[in-house]
Design a protein around this ligand. Structure first.
Ligand code: D99
Length: 306
């Protein structure tokens, strides 16, 4: 079906779609200051959808969240680069949080946009150092905990449900926790939001698990899947079995089990969002959650995931 006929089937979507288009155009306008300009330029290259969503935030938080995002993407780039041997990779992941204060620090790795981000990293550092101390401390604390967790999982496989939640906590739950600390420090939200670590964690876990489910094929082709054996082991002897058309029924049952597991975090994520007071903070948080629910809806019982 063409885009136009899809819209005509849902005429109520025309105004919201137009508003999103205006937001997307807005996101393409870059600030004048060169370092800040680089940060928003990178954000647009790495994640269009996030560049749009970040526009929802009040100005002061926008820059802090943009830098937070890029620092985490840089850490991710180190984790993802399969050409770095385990020993130096683990060391770099563990010390990265100290390096974000070093105006000269770069660690060339990654591909395409990520390579540019790593090569030009001092521009991110310059903006980081211009943020309020309270914001810098939150970003450094989360980067430290995430780097240590990632390093630990370099040599460890995701086997049990506990492993899966732990891995997702490091790479995504901590993002939710960091954001809650940014909201609390900005005074836009109640200080107590920073103490709700379980609910903040669930915001990240729900998004991360949804991505892991949706990206099964892409990750499988790259030789690294994050589906926990405790689930897929109930439906097949190896993950390779799910690629065989004769095992499609078992594969789809496994997929549905994965979706059901991810959905468990929806309750806490709704509880978290119910506690937000600031309209723009709420939108920034709610848009990705709504997109994740729609993604799980598409994936459920859908063999095309494989
Ligand atoms: C994220 N996550 O929006 Cl977790 C990352 N894409 O998915 Cl600061 C960093 O990376 C921050 O399709 C915030 O364009 C978030 C979440 C978030 C959380 C908690 C509360 C509120 C918001 C994202 C951002 C988008 C992203 C999507 C992109 C392709 C590349 C990856 C696209 C979530 C996380 C940590 C699971 C990646």
């Amino acid at each position: 079906m063409g885009a136009l006929s899809l819209i005509l089937k849902h005429p109520g979507d025309i105004i919201p779609l137009y508003r999103v288009k205006c937001m997307a155009d807005q996101a393409k306008k870059l600030p004048k200051e060169p370092n800040l300009r680089f940060c928003y330029h990178m954000l647009n290259l790495v994640s269009r959808s996030f560049a749009i969503v970040i526009q929802q935030l009040p100005h002061e938080l926008q820059d802090a969240v943009c830098v937070f995002y890029l620092v985490l993407r840089a850490l991710d780039t180190v984790e993802d680069d399969m050409s770095i041997p385990d020993t130096p990779k683990c060391k770099e992941l563990e010390i990265f949080w100290k390096k974000i204060y070093d105006p000269k620090y770069t660690y060339p790795c990654g591909e395409k946009h990520y390579k540019v981000l790593m090569d030009e990293y001092p521009k991110v550092t310059a903006v980081f150092l211009s943020l309020k101390k309270e914001y810098q401390e939150v970003i450094a604390d989360i980067t430290k905990r995430m780097g240590e967790g990632m390093s630990n999982f370099i040599k460890r496989e995701v086997v049990t449900l506990e492993d899966w939640d732990e891995y997702c906590h490091y790479v995504a739950g901590l993002v939710g926790i960091g954001l809650s600390n940014l909201w609390a420090n900005s005074m836009l939200e109640d200080k107590r939001i920073a103490d709700m670590e379980e609910l903040s964690n669930a915001m990240g876990l729900f998004l991360q698990k949804t991505n892991i489910i949706r990206d099964f094929l892409e990750d499988y082709v790259d030789g690294r899947t994050w589906w926990p054996r405790e689930i897929w082991g109930q439906y097949g002897a190896t993950l390779a079995d799910f690629q065989d058309a004769r095992n499609r029924r078992a594969a789809v049952h496994c997929l549905n089990h994965m979706v059901t597991n991810a959905l468990q975090h929806a309750v806490d994520s709704l509880d978290y969002m119910g506690r937000l007071r600031h309209k723009w903070v709420f939108r920034f948080c709610a848009i990705p959650q709504v997109m994740a629910i729609a993604t799980l809806y598409e994936c459920f019982d859908n063999e095309e995931v494989f």
